[in-house]
Design a protein around this ligand. Structure first.
Ligand SMILES: *Cc1c(COP(=O)(O)O)cnc(C)c1O
Length: 493
């Protein structure tokens, strides 16, 4: 049976998963969900015995069922090949008494690759139906832009334009984007902040003239936002594959429950764990780990989601978020699909910055979700103690999760800590956490020093940037961004 999706805020309009993936967000501002989630369960014995790729095919085949078997197989093969530096894709390694799920073996060394290597392929197949070219436009504070560039580079029928705030990303992040290869990519710095870039991108999406001109030439604009179903679904796979790896190494028996601890920002990664549970994976607790921007910790503890607080810049920047968009999907499932209540809470959030859930819904949430947070000092201390105690080098985002899990008793279940970035992606902060004064050191100097100190090799994706050629030197003003997108479309399509 074909899986159908509709908005979290109304169920009037049903779309296929291909349509949901092309659209990204529902017309009423809600997120696409399916009422069939959990109707068919995966075969656990089969999952435990098979490869990452086979599990990815099963997961996609179940949740995106209007893609044919051949389409799914081609997408999986393209997404998880040589572009990952290990055939295991997301290997599980010991971390003291717990486990580290290494999600950072893709081209940009962070977990977003798992989804962003897949989404473009899903979009490319979906657009074959309507014949349009799709231009992805993204503003980035550093990491997502590069992951989108790598994902969309040279995918047929798609292009990608990324804007970053000039002078406000790290030197390594800048080089990652400025050296991007591919015949369908465009990159520019803008004079302004990330928020300026984001605001302009939203304006471009809403600009009727720009969109009409592009449509006449057969192109539609889209985003690669983490609320897209096509980013959420691929992440379900590694929860299942981690379970398989635990069975295969004898750490658990088939059917045992496993806890997962997830460093969280937009709630996408941890929501994928909830989806895995709905599909029949024996998930014990999903532990939501936050940094000082602990909106989610407070929410899970009190039942009140309150974004009215100071935004704090931390050393785990990809989790510096006050509105966790993907939480809306969980609210939908926790209320058994009560669109009206979900819509009312979201209205309250946007109008007043706060909403409160009733006790019965929170009780239901707490059956699966627990929480905790780590300050920057906790994070640095965890990086240091994990290196000194376990000889495992972890990045600041992973350290937030590790700190939170270390404070909890294990309740007798095996526990998996999701590791979302290679430590070398944040060399300066990791090196400083290990006690080095990094004043005056650039990104490569920090990388070298960290390598020398720990003997852990820096990934080629990052160390190779030293000699890579800069292909995208452009810097533009905010009012030139729309023209930059249009000229990129004209050049690419
Ligand atoms: C995006 C990101 C996160 C947070 O993931 P969400 O899906 O937004 O919760 C954590 N760590 C790293 C390194 C990231 O890039």
């Amino acid at each position: 049976m074909e899986t159908l999706y509709h908005s979290t805020r109304s169920s009037n309009e049903l779309v296929t998963s291909k349509q949901a993936i092309l659209a990204g967000i529902a017309p009423d501002g809600g997120l696409y969900v399916s009422d069939q989630l959990g109707e068919s369960k995966v075969d656990l014995g089969r999952i435990a015995a098979q490869s990452y790729h086979a599990t990815a095919r099963d997961v996609l085949g179940t949740l995106l069922s209007d893609y044919t078997e051949q389409e799914v197989a081609a997408c999986v093969e393209g997404a998880y090949g040589d572009n990952f530096d290990t055939p295991a894709v997301t290997p599980l390694t010991p971390l003291g008494a717990d486990w580290l799920l290494e999600l950072y073996h893709g081209p940009t060394c962070a977990f977003k690759d798992v989804a962003l290597q897949m989404l473009p392929r899903l979009m490319s197949v979906a657009r074959e139906g309507d014949g349009h070219n799709v231009m992805i436009v993204t503003a980035t504070s550093g990491d997502t832009g590069k992951a989108a560039l790598e994902g969309f580079a040279d995918v047929p029928g798609t292009g990608v334009t990324v804007f970053y705030p000039d002078g406000k990303v790290s030197d390594i992040q800048h080089l990652q984007m400025a050296t991007q290869r591919g015949n369908n990519v465009a990159v520019a710095g803008i004079r302004g902040t990330f928020d300026d870039a984001q605001t302009q991108v939203k304006r471009i999406f809403a600009d009727a003239d720009v969109n009409a001109r592009l449509a006449a030439a057969g192109t539609v604009l889209s985003s690669a936002n983490s609320i897209n179903v096509g980013r959420l679904v691929p992440q379900v796979t590694y929860y299942m594959d981690a379970y398989a790896q635990l069975v295969q190494c004898g750490a658990i028996a088939l059917g045992d429950e496993v806890d997962y601890c997830v460093p969280t920002g937009n709630f996408g990664d941890v929501l994928a764990g909830f989806y895995a549970k709905c599909l029949g994976l024996p998930v014990g607790q999903l532990i939501v780990a936050s940094n000082t921007n602990k909106v989610l910790t407070d929410f899970i503890e009190t039942g009140t989601y309150d974004r009215r607080r100071e935004f704090v810049k931390t050393i785990s920047p990809s989790m510096d978020i006050l509105v966790s968009s993907n939480l809306e999907r969980l609210l939908y499932y926790l209320t058994d699909g009560d669109c009206e209540r979900v819509a009312a809470w979201m209205r309250s959030l946007s109008e007043t910055g706060v909403y409160t859930l009733p006790t019965d819904v929170m009780d239901r949430m707490r059956e699966t979700f627990s929480c905790g947070f780590a300050t920057d000092d906790d994070t640095r201390e965890t990086i240091r103690s994990t290196w000194e105690g376990e000889h495992v080098l972890i990045d600041p985002h992973t350290a937030v999760g590790k700190c939170v899990i270390d404070r909890r008793a294990s309740e007798g279940r095996q526990r998996v800590c999701l590791s979302t970035a290679n430590p070398y992606k944040f060399s300066a902060d990791v090196l400083a956490a290990l006690g080095t004064d990094t004043t005056g050191m650039d990104g490569f100097a920090c990388m070298d020093a960290l390598q020398q100190m720990t003997g852990v090799e820096a990934p080629a994706q990052l160390s190779g940037l030293r000699t890579a050629e800069v292909l995208h030197p452009d810097v533009c003003d905010q009012n030139e961004m729309a023209a930059f997108v249009e000229s990129a479309c004209a050049r690419i399509f």
